[in-house]
Design a protein around this ligand. Structure first.
Ligand code: BGC
Length: 396
């Protein structure tokens, strides 16, 4: 045995130190090899149809950075990206609006993604927003007497056409489609927008509100409208998650974050109508959030619940069947006020449909969703979709 070995074996603390040094050295080596210390800028120009312009190819694209391009050669900005910032340096920038509609080039997958993101473009790409939004106020006074829609539209200056908002000084961590199943509740809708937009803006969410209205006077199908909302929302942008929101529920605390959840999140935990108590453990109705992946994994909501009730319970079953679970914020934060309205007639068959739900988890949902989009408008404070729902085909 060599002298050195004898020393380390006879002194275990030295052995540990040597091992620790070795581990640290390996970590540092891996960091350097993965480009962690490489601060060279990346330069790249890309067209929206996915062509990369070789003369401007990225010199280095290992770090999962995203590079944005513009529509035509003439309007190309040069985009320099390094670890923390992106800067446009080209004097060729004629219209930055072209950049806003740019294709994303994902350097991780080396694939082009069609224009989905509104890029926050000053001279530098902003830092990601802090995990905890700095301007939250906590408990909120619910505003029950909104001004007229036209007045509200001018007041909510920071909301963009279609009911979109995103933080001004940082890049949001969450792209959220807020989906509202809707029919005949205009007053509620105005109140909802009046209360919700300021909360979402303070929470630094990158969001869009979709109001999905069921045409006609047939039985309401809340679940199906939410399925439609998710499908239509994804035609606009690659949202990270959906928040399904009854139009009559208003959050009472802006610490109840409308962010994308790790696990399906039931958000309306404590509602005044239920005396701020959760009626039962598996409740998933009112306001609930799901990541795009999880929503697609469970095949969305069932389309089989016509009339009031049951569809959220079926979703809770789908969630459990897939090994997911319902998460919740604490009840002192996840509080809501419900606007008053006439009680809907409950679907007497809902328990029956619910009991047989499991058989249909993989077939009934996003997979067999049939509807007709009759109209779509981007109002200032929301995107409106009018849809005709088609009943499920009976098996012959
Ligand atoms: C219904 C659910 C509803 C819950 C709370 C249940 O009986 O099936 O759809 O969300 O009551 O109102």
């Amino acid at each position: 045995m060599s002298n050195a070995t004898k020393v380390t074996l006879s002194n275990p603390s030295r052995l540990y130190k040597a091992l620790a040094c070795l581990v640290l050295a390996l970590i540092a080596l891996q960091y350097i090899l993965s480009g962690g210390l490489d601060t060279r800028p990346i330069e790249g120009l890309f067209s929206t149809n996915g062509t990369r312009y070789p003369e401007h190819s990225p010199r280095h694209h290992q770090r999962g950075l995203i590079i944005y391009g513009a529509e035509t050669v003439q309007t190309y900005p040069t985009v320099i990206v390094n670890h923390t910032s992106t800067t446009i340096v080209s004097p060729l920038v004629v219209g930055l609006h072209d950049v806003n509609n740019a294709t994303k080039f994902d350097t991780n997958t080396t694939k082009f993604i069609p224009p989905l993101n509104k890029i926050i473009f000053n001279s530098t790409l902003q830092q990601r927003c802090p995990l905890i939004p700095p301007n939250l106020v906590g408990p909120l006074a619910i505003l029950k007497n909104p001004p007229e829609m036209s007045v509200l539209e001018t007041r909510l200056k920071d909301v963009n056409q279609g009911g979109r908002g995103n933080p001004k000084n940082c890049a949001s961590r969450h792209r959220v489609a807020i989906i509202i199943p809707y029919r005949n509740r205009y007053e509620h809708l105005v109140t909802f927008l009046y209360n919700l937009h300021p909360v979402l803006l303070r929470q630094q969410i990158d969001y869009q509100i979709f109001v999905v209205e069921q045409e006609g006077t047939g039985q309401f199908n809340r679940a199906m409208l939410m399925n439609v909302g998710s499908v239509e929302a994804l035609k606009e942008r690659q949202f990270d998650c959906f928040i399904f929101h009854d139009v009559d529920l208003l959050p009472e605390d802006d610490r109840n974050l409308y962010t994308c959840p790790e696990q399906p999140r039931h958000m309306s935990v404590a509602v005044d109508k239920f005396r701020y108590r959760l009626p039962y453990a598996d409740l998933f109705g009112g306001v609930s959030a799901m990541s795009r992946e999880h929503f697609q994994m469970v095949n969305g909501f069932s389309n089989a619940f016509w009339g009031w009730g049951g569809e959220d319970d079926d979703m809770a079953n789908r969630i459990k069947a897939r090994g997911l679970y319902i998460s919740r914020y604490p009840a002192n934060i996840a509080r809501y006020k419900m606007l008053s309205h006439q009680k809907e007639k409950a679907n007497p068959k809902r328990y029956e449909v619910l009991r047989s739900g499991e058989k249909r988890f993989t077939t009934d949902g996003l997979k067999n969703l049939r509807y007709e989009l009759i109209d779509k408008k981007k109002f200032k404070l929301y995107t409106w979709l009018l849809v005709r729902l088609a009943p499920m085909k009976k098996k012959s």
